[in-house]
Design a protein around this ligand. Structure first.
Ligand code: IMP
Length: 430
């Protein structure tokens, strides 16, 4: 087996961390290539629960290296806190974490800028972000004038000088928008961040060169997506997206590794759909069914604790994102959550005032008008959490999984029926 990419095909929280953790048995390096501390993975490894946000899941395996690529945005205090927490749980980082020197840095004014847009503009413009400074940091990155990269932190004199100019600009902007704004102190921020830089120094590397050297040594890589393909800034439900390429198209820009180095592309879906934050969600069930899924699936955000919006599986959206992310196989997660629901609905098309819509429309105006066209499948009553093989699953559960694969247009290879790695079923190939 060569290198693999694992991405979510919905709006995030597809339980990708479990798949990445499982596949670590066959990989030597795990690479994060986009996003930041907005992501949250809960991984149950050898009976212990770990919460990961910026650190790649591979860190939980002693013989695996973890890389944070240049496409990730890093809030140094968040990263250091996570390293400290995992170290306290017994995880050894020595020589195993490699933080890209080209990755951009989240600074305190990014958090203030995000609060400004999320709190004080018109409610219609609220995106429902995780408020981790992700969007403002990426804005500065592509805007080029105010972006700060990890490498910049190792040139203190130039960093202090530049930060003075950036902070003066940000202070003017924020003071104009916020009547009771307390200006940021550039010197204090510089000292704080230079301190973080010293703590991070053992981990900082030219991540892309490091990864290419690993490839040359024949090491097997796994690229771990954060968020989901439908939150991709180019291909998702814009503007209700995150600010990076969270589908598999982000692998190359975010890691410096071309796609030809990857041969397995796993698209991860839940057996239903969830979304946190604003934005269209045609199969949302804001009712008893949605609540039942939320409780059974413990659908509350890992990062923010927000209750997730829940609904039926949307095969139109999953088919679209499997195409964008080039999925060669599908992992269906949380199948056990659907036990006991008499009839399961799957959206197989959309309809806009009687006209069939085959794919996801670009305009939110059009998308919000789309009504799902459902097919109904019989549910099952059995508890699935003890199933260990494909044949242990009730016929109706197997039929549901096969149906999802047919509708997505990509075969399902893995089914998960619980958080533990033993609760994972490999689907036999026909
Ligand atoms: P941001 O990434 O914090 O800018 O938030 C943008 C949108 O992406 C919001 O709707 C968030 O709820 C959503 N989002 C960000 N990270 C995640 C994640 O890890 N899982 C699910 N949704 C996310």
């Amino acid at each position: 087996m060569g290198s693999t990419c694992v991405v979510g095909l919905q709006w995030g929280d597809e339980a990708k961390g479990k798949i990445v953790d499982l596949l670590c048995d066959h990989h030597d390096v795990v690479v994060r290539y986009q996003g930041g501390a907005n992501a949250g993975h809960t991984v149950v490894h050898e009976g212990t629960t770990y919460k990961l946000s910026l650190v790649p899941t591979g860190i939980l395996r002693e013989n695996v290296d973890a890389v944070i690529g240049n496409g990730v945005v890093i809030h140094p205090p968040a990263l250091l806190k996570e390293i400290a927490g995992l170290t306290a749980q017994g995880v050894d980082f020595t020589g195993r974490l490699h933080v890209g020197d080209r990755a951009h840095v989240i600074l305190p004014y990014h958090l203030a800028e995000e609060r400004l847009t999320e709190e004080s503009s018109s409610a219609a413009d609220h995106l429902g972000t995780t408020r981790r400074g992700i969007g403002p940091c990426y804005k500065d990155k592509v805007g080029r004038v105010h972006g700060v990269r990890i490498a910049d932190l190792y040139h203190p004199a130039e960093f202090r000088e530049r930060l003075k100019r950036i902070v003066a600009f940000k202070n003017r902007l924020l003071a104009a928008m916020l009547p009771d704004f307390e200006p940021f102190d550039d010197a204090a921020i510089a000292e704080e961040y230079l301190g973080y830089a010293e703590e991070l120094r053992p981990y900082v590397a030219d991540a892309s060169s490091w990864v290419h050297a690993a490839i040359a040594q024949g090491r097997r890589l796994m690229f771990e997506g954060a968020q989901g393909s439908l939150l991709d800034v180019d291909h998702g439900t814009y503007p209700y997206v995150t600010s990076s390429n969270s589908s598999a198209v982000g692998v190359s820009p975010g890691s410096g590794v071309p796609c030809r180095n990857i041969d397995r592309w796993i698209g991860v879906v839940k057996a239903y759909t969830t979304r946190v934050g604003g934005g269209p969600f045609p199969t949302e069930q804001d009712n008893e069914i949605g609540e039942r899924i939320r409780q059974a699936g413990r659908e509350f955000g890992t990062v923010t604790g927000r209750p997730r919006r829940c609904g039926w599986f949307d095969a139109v959206a999953a088919r679209y994102s499997a195409r964008v992310s080039g999925s060669t196989e599908i992992a269906v997660m949380l199948l056990d959550v659907l036990s006991g629901i008499d009839e399961l609905k799957v959206a197989v098309a959309y309809e806009d005032e009687g006209v069939a819509v085959e794919t996801m429309p670009a305009s939110l105006v059009d998308y919000e008008r789309c009504k799902p066209v459902y097919e109904t499948l019989p549910g099952w009553s059995e508890d699935l959490t003890t199933a260990r093989s494909w044949s242990d699953l009730p016929t109706r559960a197997r039929e549901y999984v096969e149906y999802l694969g047919r509708r997505i247009g990509v075969p399902v290879s893995i089914v998960s029926v619980g958080p533990d790695r033993r609760q994972t079923i490999m689907v036999p190939r026909n």
